[in-house]
Design a protein around this ligand. Structure first.
Ligand code: FEO
Ligand code: CA
Ligand code: CA
Ligand code: CA
Length: 627
């Protein structure tokens, strides 16, 4: 019997349940304070003289904003939707490329049933549920996609009698196999591609797949378990959220809400490290009742083996994934790899939790095309971001000297290390995207209802300042930074906000959003982001799609495209009600965009039976490039 029903909670609501905010607080009465101070009243992104250091591109005059409404894109922006369909602009086509339960191998064809879903025996031979980050790889004339399956909806996967909680080990196995990563080959059939069943590239990586670890925390006492006394051979990658692609053509999958998979069946002492990461109590899927690996009373270090960036070679289905401890352990959203001016590898990363931090890793070695990649993700320095109110910022190194912690502790408990150096508490950093045409990067700060209301789990204050200026921030914003000297390896940067999401039809204050938000393009909770090769910023949302109250007129979740020079933002795609849009990659010829549709409602896309999370393909009818 389960004690609580978690099945309808989002991951952040699950964490909030364990660590609730106070019912009343001193800040509720002063929600306008920070906004007035920031000068948002009046609409424009007026940041004062500090902004001048970044040039004028970050600032939008009324004239610029007005022009942006009528120019810049080669598609006609679409309106909101509230139905259970996909909508794209006139002149574009879309189709489902692959759905939860679709066979990767011919012996699993027909395994999926609209009534019962996927049988456990076939569950590691089909496409997983709840698609998220993905990347495209090319091997000769082959196109390979690596695609995350972030989590499962147990009520959709399990028999109704289970009431959304596994009742036996087989049901746990089913849920484990529906998550992780799918690697699959797709072939260009001139109609948005199709899956190549039985391709030798096809592979499922699940919560049970054998992995290795590298970097300074590999083999540490903190990651040793009874099953792996050397601390070098973790199993499984879980809650695979956003993604990244290395310069050398491998896939980075990012482990986000790993904490919810662990629970205690017996005596268990919660440590400071467990508390900071939301570990303890009852697991979300009852894994701990059927698998000792997830039982905190028997394997208290098992959670320390999750929450990493894991590298997968998608071109070799027999390769062993590697967890890179040098990149830190937190609720990784994505991993955006760029190169410093001197050739070192730089990876930008967000920790998606209210009041947690933004990070970057910088390698010690340099990457050269075709050269050895040995050590590039295991030997380097992890930094955490500090944003100053004067629109400058700095990357603070997390070292034994700066934190007073041992190196393995810094990496396993990166959040605690970040607190020690005074990192800036952020409004849930989701995807980070680097502009391919200029030295700047963007992070979606999706929302934070606790901004100015409650400290983070480490006790760090969350004042409404800097790039997180709105208390009780239900709409989110996108922060942008430009590294000193146009070098991603630099320790300092200048920042501004590219957009503050909001609702100008409901509010006339800072909650209306910045001037590049209007009735025709408004949205809430920016999340997935990627730049197309032509320098446009594609923005996906994971927000409130009730179309009511402060979200009235915003419709279903959506994908928008931003011109980062003018500030113009235009709606390109709307999702079926209930779904978020997450995950974006393009075919090598840039003629097809692959877009993830996660947790749809109703019975999308089949029109009967269960809703099926899917990757769709979108292309222009005239065959022109869209990426
Ligand atoms: Fe899995 Fe933070 O989104
Ligand atoms: Ca996300
Ligand atoms: Ca999200
Ligand atoms: Ca989500």
């Amino acid at each position: 019997m389960k004690d609580q029903d978690f099945t309808d909670l989002s991951w952040d609501d699950f964490d909030e349940m364990r660590d609730p905010r106070p019912n009343t607080n001193e800040f509720d009465a002063v929600v306008e304070r920070a906004i007035s101070r920031r000068g948002f009243l009046g609409g424009a992104l007026a940041f004062g003289s500090g902004a001048l250091a970044m040039g004028t591109a970050g600032l939008m005059s009324s004239t610029t904003a007005a022009r942006a409404q009528s120019a810049g894109f080669n598609f006609t922006p679409i309106g909101i939707s509230t139905d259970h369909e996909i909508h794209v602009p006139e002149g574009y086509q879309w189709k489902v490329l692959v759905r939860w339960g679709d066979a990767l191998f011919s012996d699993a064809e027909g395994a999926y049933s609209a009534e019962t879903g996927v049988p456990v025996a076939m569950s590691d031979k089909v496409f997983g549920e709840n698609t998220d980050g993905m990347e495209t790889f090319v091997d000769g004339d082959k196109t390979i996609l690596a695609i995350n399956s972030e989590y499962v909806n147990p009520k959709i996967n399990l028999p109704a009698a289970s009431e959304g909680m596994p009742q036996n080990a087989d049901e746990v196995t089913l849920l484990k196999n529906m998550q992780g990563v799918t690697v699959l080959e797709v072939a260009d059939n001139g109609n948005g591609f199709e899956v190549v069943v039985d391709s030798p590239y096809n592979r499922r990586i699940t919560h049970e797949t054998q992995m290795t670890m590298d970097g300074p925390a590999a083999g540490s006492d903190l990651v040793k378990t009874n099953a792996d006394p050397e601390g070098m051979s973790p199993k499984g990658t879980m809650n695979n959220c956003g993604s990244g692609k290395t310069l050398w053509g491998t896939y980075l999958t990012c482990e986000e809400n790993f904490n919810g998979y662990f629970g205690a069946t017996g005596d268990y002492t919660e440590t400071e490290g467990h508390t900071r990461y939301g570990i303890g109590g009852e697991g979300r899927y009852a894994y701990e009742k059927f698998d000792v690996r997830y039982d905190l009373s028997q394997e208290p270090n098992e959670p320390n083996r999750h929450g990493w960036v894991t590298e997968i070679n998608p071109l070799d289905a027999t390769s062993t994934p590697v967890k890179h401890t040098a990149l830190g352990r937190f609720k990784h959203e994505n991993a955006e790899m760029v190169q410093a001016a001197d050739g070192r590898v730089v990876v930008y990363m967000g920790d998606d939790e209210r009041g947690e931090f933004m990070y970057k890793f910088v390698s010690n070695g340099v990457y050269t095309e075709g050269g050895s990649t040995e050590g590039l993700l295991s030997d380097g320095t992890l930094y955490v971001a500090k944003f100053n109110d004067d629109m400058t910022g700095e990357w603070l190194p997390l070292t034994p000297e700066t934190t007073g912690m041992a190196m393995d502790e810094i990496l396993v408990f990166s959040r605690m290390a970040g607190s020690k150096v005074g990192a800036t508490t952020m409004d849930r950093p989701e995807w980070i995207a680097a502009n391919p045409l200029k030295c700047e990067a963007y992070c979606a700060l999706t929302n934070n209802k606790n901004r100015g209301v409650k400290p983070n789990a480490g006790g760090d204050a969350t004042p409404a300042t800097g790039p997180n200026p709105r208390e009780t921030n239900n709409y989110g914003q996108i922060v942008r930074w430009r590294p000193e000297g146009e070098d991603h390896g630099a320790d300092t940067f200048a920042w501004d906000l590219y957009v503050m999401a909001g609702n100008p039809t409901v509010y006339d204050n800072a909650y209306a959003g910045s001037e590049n938000v209007n009735e025709g393009n408004m949205f809430n909770s920016p999340d997935g982001m990627a730049f197309s090769s032509d320098g446009y910023l594609w923005i996906q949302t994971d927000g409130d799609d009730s179309n009511e109250g402060e979200f009235a007129g915003q419709g279903n979740n959506q994908m928008l495209i931003g011109n980062t020079d003018t500030g113009e933002i235009a709606r390109f795609l709307t999702a079926p009600n209930g779904a978020e849009v997450t995950g974006l990659t393009w075919s090598a010829d840039k003629k097809v965009a692959f877009v993830g549709i996660q947790h749809p409602g109703g019975s999308w896309p089949d029109g009967n039976g269960k809703p099926r999370s899917s990757v769709i393909a979108v292309w222009r009818e005239d065959g022109a490039l869209i990426g």
